[in-house]
Design a binder for this molecule. Structure first.
Ligand code: HEC
Length: 103
């Protein structure tokens, strides 16, 4: 009985973390990010896997990138600018950037 409960809890945890990944991608879609970005392919902007690889050793990356996405900018990945995203809340930006950095 105890084992069954543990298995159930583990299954629920797995299901929850999987659905979180979908929720984060849905948020990125809802906020228009996926119009220019894909997880594993460069489109207008860099792929999120490339972004995650670039900043993997940068402890301040979440704050830097939240500010960058909010204000927009260019020059890190090329001359095409990312437009500012002032309508996205800081909380959503943090969720999005944390998700991007985990790709
Ligand atoms: C109109 C196209 C476009 C949209 C919409 C867009 N981006 Fe970008 N994004 C870009 C481009 C182009 C770059 C590369 C900018 C550069 O070279 O500095 C970029 C860069 C980035 C980077 C890396 C920044 C850096 O300095 O390394 C992150 C993170 C990012 N975008 C996240 C987002 C998120 C989150 C959203 C949605 C809220 C979003 N982007 C919406 C085009 C876009």
């Amino acid at each position: 009985m105890k084992l069954r409960v543990t298995t159930l809890a583990a299954t629920m945890l797995l299901a929850m973390s999987a659905s979180n990944a979908f929720a984060d991608e849905a948020l990125a879609t809802a906020k228009g990010c996926m119009a220019c970005h894909k997880v594993d392919m460069k489109v207008v902007g860099p792929s999120y896997k490339d972004v995650a690889a670039k900043y993997k050793d940068d402890a301040a990356a979440v704050d830097t990138l939240v500010a960058k996405v909010k204000a927009g900018g260019k020059g890190v990945w090329g001359e095409i600018p990312m437009p500012p995203n002032p309508a996205v809340s800081d909380e959503d930006l943090k969720t999005l950037v944390t998700w991007i950095l985990s790709q």
